[in-house]
Structures are given as structure tokens and as C-alpha cells.
Design a protein around this ligand. Sequence first.
Ligand code: ADP
Ligand code: MG
Length: 242
Amino acid sequence: MTTATDISALIAARRARRALALDEIGGKKLLAMAGIAIPKGVLVKRVADVNDALSGLAFPVVVKVVSPDILHKSDAGGVKVNLCSLNEVQHAIEIMMDTPAIQKAKLDGFLIEEMATPGQEIVVGAVQDAQFGPMIMVGLGGIFVEVLGDVSFRICPISPLDAREMLEDLKCVAILNGARGREAVSKSAIIEVLLKIGGEDGLLMRYPDEFSEIDINPLIVSNSGAVAVDARFILTQRDDAR
Ligand code: ADP
Ligand code: MG
């Protein structure tokens, strides 16, 4: 069972190393401690380690580059999804190692993780607003946020009703309901994630001085649940770096 101390310890360890942010692996670890589902995954340093890593994972898997120098992994050629065999995984890593943007970067390794159950990609974010304090945001992933700007914000803490209303406020909410032959996705799974971040007992309320920004992009929501497949936390900077 995860305790609040585990979360505090994780953050303190990063702060002790003067980290400004939690990377994908640290961010997902924290989300898991907060009760938000993440894919099962293993970090490998070398192609030779792939075989062992795969023994604990189920296909299909995704490979992602892990580097402090690469924030947008896809743009750098550092994400390959839907890999179904040892060979495909090894090959994906070899190609990444030959990719210029990745060759230049300081590498922590490659994250091999299980693919989430297919569903709708959702973005969940949080920021500390100078005027309103912690705010939480939700939108549909990809073009819905980037092109249409279809997002919904609330000041925290949010109640379960607020979380539900945030979804209903989206112009594209019909997509969650299963418009045009799509399968409906679990709104309650999204609501649960919103509350674990921005609810009375959510991360933002429990650790009010720790995070200046949280970005889960995407959370993949199916009809049965929601999995955070990418996450990043920016730590609040303090003068008295503890
Ligand atoms: P980045 O945003 O840095 O490019 P992501 O980790 O968000 O990298 O991965 C890019 C895309 O790959 C995601 O938006 C998602 O579509 C897909 N993806 C990544 N990890 C998974 C996963 N575990 N299961 C399913 N799809 C994934
Ligand atoms: Mg992402």
C-alpha cells in the first residue's frame, strides 16, 4: 500500500538532485502512487537487455526514448508503438540509436511498456495560476486541444460534480459518448483521474507547494478504464532549495 510518505520521498529525492521536473518515468511512478493506472514497463540500457525485459511484459508493446534532452519523444523519432516480437523491439531500438536527434542526446535508456487498451486520448493538466491558485484542465487529445482549443478548466479543489461538468462543458463531449459509431469511453474513469489530481484529497491539495505544472498527455480512456501513458511534472522552484 502506498503512503503519502512515499510520494514525499520521491519528490524530496528529486529535489535533492536539484531536478526541475519529474521525467516520464518519475512522473508515472508518482501517478501510480496516487492511484492512477500506468502501463507496465521496463527501462533498458542496451539492446542486449531487451529479451529479459520482455519476459515480464505482454505484447503489443511500445518503445520510447528516455533522455533529459528530449521532451517531445515522437518529434525526435523516439516512439514506436505496436511492437509484437523481440525482433521488432530490438529493431526499433537500433533504429532510434541511429536517429540524429537521439544520437546527440544524453540517454537514460529506452522504456519498453505495454500498450494501453485502445481508446480515446485525453489530456489532463494542472497549473498554478498567480490569481486563482491551482487549476485543473481536461481536453481531448491531439487536434481537439491543439487545433480546436476545446478544453475545460476549474479552480481546485474540484468536487465529483465539478469533474463531471468539466467533461460536459467540452464542445466535443459527444466523442466520449460514442458519436458516429465510436465506442463510448468511461467518463467515470476520467473523473476519477481528475479527482486524484485536483480533488479535495488530490495531489494538488495534498502537496500544495510541490508542483507548478502537471501534464498527462495522453491519458488513454477505453470503455473499461483510463491509463496515463505519458506524464510530466514541473516542480515548484524554491529559493531555499531543500
Ligand atoms: P511524446 O508526447 O513525448 O511524443 P508519448 O509518450 O506521449 O510521447 O507517446 C506518443 C504517442 O504514442 C501517444 O500520444 C500515444 O498515442 C502513443 N503511446 C505512447 N505510449 C503508449 C502506450 N503505453 N500505449 C498506447 N499508446 C501509447
Ligand atoms: Mg505525450
